[in-house]
Design a protein around this ligand. Structure first.
Ligand SMILES: [Fe+2]
Length: 304
């Protein structure tokens, strides 16, 4: 049951991801949920964006007038959608989406205050690869960005292209290769770390493609209260390869509420491991050692 607290504008529900799935998110930096919003809501959203669905806000926020809401609705940041009950209940509070968000952001996470409409007339060239403005790099996960695709977005309609695992450091700006294309059917979400390297893909199809982008916010301390997975062992879990696994593991430990205790001793020690070992890596649970250097390549990187 997804519960909404209208006073604080927060959501609570049961988590749905387990240890391995949370770790996979730490490694990939994104999670795709396909075809989870009902078709009539997808259509209503597109009609709203095209000016057809009439406005019917649940309330008028303090300091704003109906005229302000009208001007917000018709901007490229139609955040008034959040005030529409049908959109809040079916999109913002989608139960499948919220179960994943609850696992990663903890109890009583905050709903968005801003929606950006990324609407493009296809065909269009690919965007340059980029990290979004104001990205930070560190083990903390205080918010998650979400893309909502209200219409089928196959490769021809220029879905977002993501470089998996690139949310831990500044990626070189002359990156030219292709990444993972988030080609999805209508009613899909792509939850991602705000700092992930991405671009709008090239489109060859015809027509307008809508995509909405907005953030959810942590309001509670991380405490590792997602689904417990029998047999999951952090001593032997696969945290990723050389020079990156230490960052993904740090994020997983931060989410577990143990970011402060996280230490690595380097080399072939934990969290690095490889299948041909005849025993677990040395260095697990070490109280001495180092924290990974998030400031390497990241002038704004995490320090403590
Ligand atoms: Fe972007």
């Amino acid at each position: 049951m997804t519960k909404y607290n209208g006073k604080n504008r927060t959501i609570d529900c049961e988590p749905t991801l387990n240890d391995s799935q949370v770790l996979e998110f730490c490694k990939n930096g994104y999670l795709i949920l396909e075809n989870v919003v009902p078709n009539e809501i997808n259509k209503k959203t597109i009609d709203y964006l095209n000016g057809k669905t009439p406005s019917n806000p649940e309330y008028i926020p303090d300091g704003l007038s109906e005229k302000d809401l009208d001007s917000i609705r018709h901007s490229n940041e139609p955040s008034t959608l959040i005030l529409e009950k049908w959109f809040r209940e079916n999109v913002i509070m989608n139960p499948i989406l919220c179960g994943a968000l609850r696992s990663l952001l903890g109890a009583n996470f905050g709903i968005p205050v801003l929606i950006s409409a990324h609407s493009v007339e296809c065909p269009a060239a690919a965007q340059p690869w980029h990290h979004d403005a104001d990205s930070v790099f560190g083990p903390e996960l205080n918010y998650l960005e979400n893309f909502y695709y209200p219409q089928d977005t196959p490769i021809e309609m220029g879905p977002t292209e993501i470089l998996p695992g690139s949310h831990i450091s500044h990626t070189t700006l002359d990156y030219k290769d292709s990444g993972t294309l988030a080609a999805v059917p209508a009613g899909s979400f792509v939850i991602h770390h705000q700092s992930i390297f991405h671009r709008r893909g090239k489109s060859t199809g015809k027509g307008k493609r809508h995509m909405l982008k907005y953030n959810y916010w942590r309001t509670s301390e991380p405490v590792s209260d997602w689904l417990e997975e029998p047999g999951f062992n952090p001593e032997t879990a696969d945290f990723g390869g050389h020079n990156v696994g230490r960052y993904y593991a740090h994020m997983f430990y931060w989410l577990s509420g143990k970011g402060d205790q996280y230490r690595i001793i380097g080399g072939q020690a934990w969290p690095w491991s490889i299948k041909n070992q005849i025993g677990p890596s040395y260095g697990f649970g070490s109280s001495k050692g180092y924290k990974p250097d998030w400031r390497k390549n990241n002038p704004d990187g995490y320090t403590d």
